[in-house]
Design a protein around this ligand. Structure first.
Ligand code: HEC
Ligand code: HEC
Length: 373
């Protein structure tokens, strides 16, 4: 391993050694058998780097690791040739960034691969003269001569009004909901889901998959992910993007507090278009993660959240799309949300939401390992 990578990893490791978590988060090499390059990073962030690789090359896990890994986590340790190539590529990228770009992460896997295993070498005339692909709304950036209005505050005020107003929002302090979930974890079938939330920042999402229960739990400070077919039965999220995201999702269940949930608010983005609708975009920061929020220009409601987790190989995007707002206790709640990240997409729908019910505090504490069905 070259020195630049070692020092980069050490810096990241140190940045994550913050006080305030229940346990020291497990590092990749504590859990996995054959980690040679991506050492010294927490397990959840290591898995995010795998997601980054998959997204950058347009690969599934099995394209690099082989079909033997299906249902068998131990086999991910096998050094198959493509995995070895990928390891060399990590080192190449590092050498490039160190040698040519002053250590800045100017080049990532995505710079060359663009969603393919074999980067293109010949410019395409068809692309040059053809219809350009549509803009990715997630890529909007603050305009250089940003207009002074609307400010982030204006947009947030309008959002809070659209939801039912600050007073009604403040009166909603818990809810318990039932519904359905479908996605990669459920083999794209619809399964039952439950969600419990308590203001300002506790949330428990439980998905009853065909193979057992999966859950994402946030107690306001710490968060855990459990589920069948995971590298660890109960994974405590280390400080960093995943934890910032889990905490933000919990806080956004009670958006009356949205101003405090994020810091460093910024406005001045051009309007973004998604499916022919226009959106106002503002940006905030959750922990260390940059978050963009997209508000429907017509209704003022939040339609999308995009956040970027920093990993040693690049920023990993994740997106949540909210829709089907319905009124519960005078407050509009999105009855559907779709989570899209590098490893998959899941759709969640509420069928019933009970406002202001007592929720057992145990629901938000560290979960037990799931029992396989
Ligand atoms: C582009 C190739 C590539 C893709 C795609 C990829 N990986 Fe990896 N994976 C690697 C490399 C390289 C390593 C070894 C890293 C090291 O040595 O530091 C690795 C290591 C691992 C390990 C550690 C195994 C052990 O015990 O040492 C696990 C677990 C893993 N990958 C899971 C996944 C999962 C799950 C996915 C899909 C979401 C995935 N990988 C996608 C290249 C890939
Ligand atoms: C500077 C450009 C560049 C960057 C950056 C880059 N690659 Fe590559 N990669 C290539 C080229 C070119 C090939 C194909 C080589 C060939 O045709 O034999 C390749 C091939 C691969 C392959 C083999 C694909 C296969 O199916 O055989 C893997 C895996 C891979 N890269 C992973 C990565 C990962 C992971 C990263 C980021 C850490 C990365 N690459 C960054 C240029 C790049």
């Amino acid at each position: 391993m070259n020195l630049a990578l070692i020092s980069l990893l050490l810096t990241v490791g140190a940045a994550h050694a913050q006080p305030g978590t229940d346990q020291k988060p497990l590092m990749a090499e504590d859990v996995f058998k054959n980690v040679q390059v991506l050492r010294g990073i927490p397990v959840n962030q290591f898995m995010e780097t795998m997601g980054f690789f998959s997204a950058a090359l347009g690969y599934n896990c099995t394209n690099c690791h082989g079909d033997e890994v299906l249902g068998n986590w131990a086999r991910y340790a096998d050094d198959v040739p493509i995995k070895r190539t990928a390891r060399r590529m990590i080192q190449m990228v590092n050498t490039l960034n160190k040698g040519e770009f002053g250590g800045r992460r100017a080049v990532t896997c995505y710079s060359c691969h663009r969603g393919s295993g074999s980067p293109k070498v010949v410019p395409s005339l068809a692309e040059q003269y053809g219809e350009p692909p549509p803009d990715d709304p997630n890529e909007v950036e603050i305009a250089r001569r940003a207009p002074a209005t609307p400010t982030a505050d204006d947009i947030l005020n309008r959002y809070i009004q659209a939801l039912g107003g600050a007073q009604r929002l403040a009166a909603l302090t818990t809810f318990a909901a039932k519904g359905t979930a479908e996605g990669f974890d459920t083999y794209h079938g619809k399964v039952a889901m439950e969600l419990f939330a308590k203001a300002p920042g506790q949330r428990a999402l439980i998905v009853h998959t065909q193979n057992g229960d999966g859950a994402t739990i946030c107690d306001g400070r710490t968060a855990w992910i459990t589920g069948p077919d995971r590298p660890l039965p109960v994974l405590q999220l280390a400080p960093g993007g995943d934890l910032d995201g889990a905490r933000l999702d919990a806080q956004l269940a009670f958006p009356g507090n949205i101003r405090q949930a994020l810091t460093q608010w910024r406005a001045g983005f051009p309007a973004a278009t998604i499916d022919d609708r226009e959106f106002q975009v503002i940006q905030g920061t959750a922990g260390n993660s940059r978050v963009k929020l997209f508000f429907d220009k017509e209704s003022g409601l939040l339609a999308r959240q995009v956040r970027y987790e920093n990993t040693v190989v690049g920023l990993v995007p994740a997106q949540v799309d909210y829709s089907d707002y319905r009124e519960v206790a005078g407050v509009k709640i999105p009855f559907q949300w779709v989570v899209t990240w590098t490893d998959g997409r899941s759709t969640f729908r509420f069928t019933e939401v009970q406002p202001n019910v007592a929720v057992d505090p145990a629901k938000f504490s560290k979960p037990a390992a799931p029992a396989a069905r």
